[in-house]
Design a protein around this ligand. Structure first.
Ligand SMILES: [Fe+2]
Length: 339
C-alpha cells in the first residue's frame, strides 16, 4: 500500500513537472495576428491548446494591414503574437515600436543567430529563397552563376521582375548593399532596369507566366511560388510552372516569415510559449510545408518536394540588415529608375 502511494506521488510529481514545462493546466488564451492563412497553422494551434490548455484566438489579415491595425490600436491592442512575412516588414514593426524584445533559451536554441533579430524583437519561422525561374529551351543557364550576371547585356530584354515597391525586391537589393556596398547595388539595379523585358507589373507568379508565354526568359521569384503554382487548381499556373526551371544563384538570397511578441501583449507568457512551440522540431516541418518553405529550425529537414528544387548556399548575412538597409534600397531602386 505504501509502495502504491509512492508510485502515485512520483507520477503526479512528474506530471506536474511536465505541466510546468508546457504550462498545461494554466489555460488562459493567446491572441495571434497573422498574415498566414493555412489549415496546417490551425492544426498546430489546436495541438498547442491540447498540450497547454491555452486557447489560441486568430486574427488573419494582410501583412501591412496588420501593422496598421497594431499601430492604431496602440496600448489597447489585443495582439500578443504578430506573425508576418519578410524581414522588411518585421523590422518595420520593430521600428514602429509594436514589438518587444524576448530572450528565451528555447528560441535561441531553435532559431540560428542570422535568422532572428539582432535585438531579439523577432524570430524566423520559415525560410524562403529568391531565385531564378528560366525558360530552359532559351537560356543556357551555365552562363549565369550569380545575381550579378543578370545585368550582362546578353540578357537585354529578357529579365522579368516585379516592381520596386515590392518588399521582396527591396530586401534583395538591401542584401546586396550589405554584401557588396551601395555602389554595387546601384549598378545592379540600373543593369536590371536596362535588361527588363517589360515595365515591372504583376506579382511573382505573373513573372513565371510571362516566361512561359515567351515575354522574357528569366524571372526572379520566391521559391514557394513554384510550389504553389505546381499544386494550383488553376491550369494556367500549373502549365506555366511546368515550362520553367528553377536556378539558385551562388549566395542565394534568403528571407523569412517570422514572429514577434506585441509590445502591449496582455498574454505575454502564453505568446512566448506559442512562439517556442512553433519553432520546435515537432511543429517546424508542418509549419514550413504549409507554404512550401524551408524550416527555420536547422534540425528539421525540408520536405522532399523542396529538396527536388535543388540545394543552395545562402548569403551569409545577419538578416537584421535587410530591415536596416530597406530605405537605402528603396532610394537606390528609385535612383536607378526601377518602377
Ligand atoms: Fe509572397
Amino acid at each position: 500500500m505504501k509502495k502504491f502511494a509512492i508510485i502515485i506521488t512520483v507520477l503526479v510529481a512528474s506530471l506536474s513537472i511536465f505541466a510546468g514545462i508546457f504550462g498545461y493546466g494554466q489555460g488562459g488564451e493567446v491572441n495571434v495576428y497573422t498574415s498566414r492563412h493555412y489549415d496546417t497553422d490551425q492544426q498546430l494551434y489546436d495541438e498547442f491548446t491540447k498540450l497547454t490548455g491555452i486557447k489560441v484566438n486568430v486574427i488573419k489579415a494582410g501583412e501591412d494591414e496588420l501593422i496598421e491595425r497594431m499601430k492604431n490600436e496602440g496600448e489597447d491592442t489585443n495582439a500578443d503574437l504578430f506573425i508576418t512575412a519578410d524581414v522588411g516588414r518585421l523590422h518595420r514593426a520593430k521600428m514602429l515600436g509594436l514589438l518587444q524584445p524576448i530572450v528565451s533559451e528555447t528560441l535561441t536554441k531553435n532559431i540560428p543567430d542570422n535568422l532572428r533579430d539582432r535585438d531579439n524583437y523577432w524570430y524566423a519561422l520559415t525560410v524562403r529563397a529568391r531565385v531564378l525561374a528560366y525558360a530552359p529551351e532559351r537560356v543556357d543557364i551555365s552562363k549565369i552563376k550569380t545575381y550579378g550576371d543578370l545585368i550582362n547585356p546578353e540578357w537585354k530584354g529578357k529579365i522579368l521582375i516585379r516592381s520596386s515597391s515590392n518588399i521582396y525586391n527591396q530586401s534583395l537589393v538591401a542584401s546586396f548593399i550589405a554584401l557588396y556596398g551601395e555602389d554595387w547595388a546601384l549598378n545592379w539595379a540600373k543593369g536590371i532596369v536596362a535588361n527588363i523585358a517589360r515595365e515591372p507589373q504583376g506579382n511573382d507568379r505573373a513573372q513565371v507566366i510571362a516566361v512561359a508565354a515567351g515575354e522574357g526568359d528569366i524571372a526572379v521569384i520566391n521559391t514557394y511560388y513554384m510550389g504553389k503554382m505546381l499544386n494550383s487548381s488553376d491550369e494556367q499556373q500549373v502549365n506555366a510552372a511546368k515550362k520553367v526551371k528553377l536556378y539558385f544563384p551562388e549566395k542565394t538570397h534568403i528571407n523569412v516569415s517570422g514572429a514577434g511578441i506585441s509590445k502591449y501583449a496582455k498574454n505575454k507568457e502564453n505568446a512566448i510559449k506559442l512562439l517556442e512551440f512553433l519553432t520546435s522540431k515537432e511543429a517546424q516541418r508542418l509549419y514550413a510545408e504549409a507554404n512550401y518553405e524551408y524550416p527555420a529550425n536547422p534540425e528539421v529537414e525540408p520536405s522532399e518536394f523542396l529538396k527536388s528544387f535543388g540545394d543552395f548556399k545562402p548569403q551569409e548575412i545577419d538578416l537584421t540588415l535587410l530591415g536596416e538597409y530597406n530605405s537605402k534600397a528603396v532610394e537606390i531602386m528609385d535612383k536607378a529608375g526601377w518602377k
